[in-house]
Design a protein around this ligand. Structure first.
Ligand code: PRX
Length: 655
């Protein structure tokens, strides 16, 4: 992170106390911290009671078998009822749930009553297709309201959704469908992206054709892109033929608080993505609590917009479950920020009077580069709060976001969390916290975070170390689908020698003398590209699966806009010598990675080299490659088996 290096971070001295509009009227007050400090479990139990429970829970946390937590375990609830029916019953059926904007400019307004009816219809269809509680349903959709409807319909009948981001390839989709043993896939013919229809159903067809397990019995297809698709009569079902005509009578059944709600695949340090498992009561408690308090949500007047895709965890917690559990009105947008022109986001904010915007630093840095004239052409005066998520936000981008988008007055909440944590863990609270640009600041009430040295001792501020969560939290992952050992090993073994179980997040962090936390990026082989996680090993496997490649090494190199970018070093097989130029090989391999994983994983650069730097035991020293990729002086090479390798590689880069 060039402008987020620890030096530049710690010279950041600007402070922003809560503005007057927030003090006294904000949802969150300092009393939350006091209550949580006094009795953490009682605090979470009180937050959980904001939900509708069919059977009230009597036990808050069962941590008798760490790291397998059970929250509110003897209570029962229906997640979809909490997001829908209860708002209608409370008299808010006419409130807009979703202002949806399609990329080509079409739009739909959906009230809570309408959304509830649509979910009930879809739930009836799922049942008629044989889906029962506990079954897995894969969702591969564009950002259209039916994506939300599909997720809630699955939740309503106690089934488990696995949403796969629409940019993933057929192979990635197949792996995820097979790993979860999904019975049904919900998709669309295609969706609009960058001014064209991105086909989805054809990708589902190829994924299923390659499936080793053949667990899928039906594919439910929403018509959106109007693109030509193939049809398998015995398997494929149109959404409009079934859902639109189905009964809107559907009584939500209660499920146990620990009923699995969703699996979401994320990259780890090995080639195989992990299916992160979340359950119902604890997840919904923390998603809704954080959505209310971190974003200061006033459901009667606010228009919330989280720009994330439902294919990522941010879309799960802050497009679907958090906002809907809180009865919020939100904007949902199908396309990219620059279609048909770079000002699209700002036009949407003006059109719907968005009051709270939650976006990623990569987007902010991209807008910064394009210039302030573009946002300034729209009326952004409705905005009163801004959020940031997914990667560290450098102070420069933070200040630009506040000054240009937030008219120099809106608080910014920089929220740190992960797919695994389910909901926000570290963030300022508007109305309470004095903001420091670049720091995510403090754990939210009820969350215990520590920064430890390698030996497990707490670092002495100001100092850096490894971020851990030191007490269980309601929306914590409950495991990795089908792999309890990997769950223990990945997250809980690093500090196993310490008393109490410590969740190791994989992030480095610095604590300043005020106790505020500054996130410093991943400490493992996971890269963060535009706020999306990718593993170096996964991309290396994709590269070596191509017949021309003998060996590959991938690093995440600092990138001004996307935080990090994928840079690959490959050795071609000797029989390839002279068959193509380095440029041709690089183009071929970028396309190949796109086909294997998805466009987001395509390396920014691929360098064809003759050797890779390895230790005597054969381990590739990525740190040195990272030095080259970032244009730095090469670090210590004394442990290399052949110390001249780096000189050759770096000469090659300069050539
Ligand atoms: O490295 C941290 C970074 O994103 C990782 C989690 O990625 P993912 O599971 O895809 O979830 C992203 C959206 C919640 C973390 O391990 N990260 C996330 N938020 C921040 C962040 N890094 C710095 N500051 C943040 N606010």
């Amino acid at each position: 992170m060039p402008s987020n290096s620890i030096d530049s971070l710690l010279h950041e001295e600007r402070r922003f106390p809560p503005p007057e509009e927030f003090t006294g009227s904000a949802v969150a007050t300092g009393a939350l911290y006091e209550r949580a400090a006094e009795d953490r479990l009682a605090f979470w139990a009180e937050q959980a009671r904001e939900l509708h429970w069919d059977t009230p829970f009597t036990e808050t946390l069962d941590w008798s078998n760490p790291p397998f937590a059970r929250w509110f375990a003897d209570g029962t609830l229906n997640v979809a009822y909490n997001c829908l029916d209860r708002h209608v019953i409370a008299g808010n059926g006419d409130r807009v749930a979703i202002h949806w904007e399609g990329e080509p400019g079409d739009s739909r307004t959906i009230t809570y009553a309408q959304l509830t009816d649509e979910v009930k219809r879809a739930a009836n269809v799922l049942t008629s297709l044989g889906i029962e509680a506990g079954d897995r349903v894969a969702i591969y959709m564009p950002m259209i309201p039916e994506a939300t409807v599909a997720m809630l319909a699955v939740a309503r009948i106690g089934a488990v959704h696995s949403v796969i981001f629409g940019g993933f390839s057929a192979d990635s989709l197949r792996d995820r469908i097979d790993d979860a043993g999904a019975k049904l896939v919900i998709t669309a013919d295609g969706g609009w992206r960058k001014g064209a229809v991105l086909p989805l159903k054809p990708t589902v067809d190829s994924a299923l054709a390659k499936s080793a397990k053949n667990t899928v019995t039906n594919v439910l297809v929403v018509k959106r892109g109007e693109n030509e698709i193939e049809w398998t009569d015995t398997r494929d079902v149109w959404w409009h033929d079934t859902v639109h005509g189905a009964s809107a009578e559907h009584e939500a059944q209660p499920f146990e608080a620990e009923q699995p709600l969703f699996i979401l695949y994320t990259s780890g340090t090995t080639g195989k993505p992990k299916g992160i498992l979340h359950t119902s009561g604890g997840y919904l408690t923390q998603a809704s609590f954080t959505h209310r308090n971190v974003f200061d949500l006033k459901p009667e007047t606010d228009v919330f917009w989280c720009t994330a895709d439902v294919g990522w965890v941010t879309g799960h917690s802050y497009v679907v479950y958090g906002p809907l559990a809180n009865g919020a009105t939100q904007v949902m947008y199908e396309g990219v920020p620059d279609s048909p022109a770079p000002g699209r986001w700002w036009k949407i904010i003006e059109k719907y009077g968005v009051t709270i915007l939650y976006a990623a630093p990569t987007a902010i840095r991209t807008f910064m580069k394009l210039g302030r004239e573009i946002p300034q052409a729209s009326d952004l005066s409705s905005l009163r709060l801004l959020g940031s998520v997914g990667e560290p936000i450098n102070p420069e981008a933070w200040i630009w976001y506040r000054d240009i988008i937030g008219a120099g007055k809106t608080p910014i909440v920089d929220t740190w969390w992960q797919t695994e944590t389910g909901a926000i863990m570290i963030s300022a609270l508007p109305g309470v916290t004095t903001l420091k640009p670049g720091s995510a600041q403090t754990p939210i009430p009820g969350i215990s975070i520590d920064v430890l040295g390698e030996d497990g001792t707490r670092v002495d501020p100001p100092n850096g170390g490894l971020l851990v969560v030191s007490e269980p939290w309601p929306s914590m992952l409950r495991g990795i689908w089908g792999d309890p050992e990997r769950f223990k090993e990945t997250y809980w073994s690093k500090f196993a020698a310490l008393e109490g179980s410590k969740y190791f997040a994989g992030d480095g962090a610095h604590v300043d003398t005020d106790g505020d936390i500054w996130l410093l990026g991943r400490v493992d082989d996971v890269m963060n590209i535009s706020g999306h996680r990718l593993s170096t090993t996964e991309i290396e496997s994709a590269l070596v699966s191509h017949p021309i490649v003998a060996e590959a090494a991938v690093v995440g190199a600092a990138d001004e806009t996307t935080g990090q970018a994928v840079v690959a070093f490959v050795i071609l097989r000797s029989k390839q010598a002279g068959k193509q130029t380095a440029d041709e090989a690089s183009t071929l391999l970028r396309t190949h990675v796109g086909q294997q994983i998805g466009a987001i994983a395509k390396p920014r650069q691929i360098f064809v080299v003759n050797e890779l730097p390895k230790t005597r035991s054969g381990k590739i020293m990525r740190r040195l490659l990272q030095d080259v990729a970032e244009g730095r002086a090469i670090g210590d090479t004394t442990t290399l088996a052949d110390t001249s390798v780096m000189q050759i590689i770096s000469d090659k880069m300069k050539a």
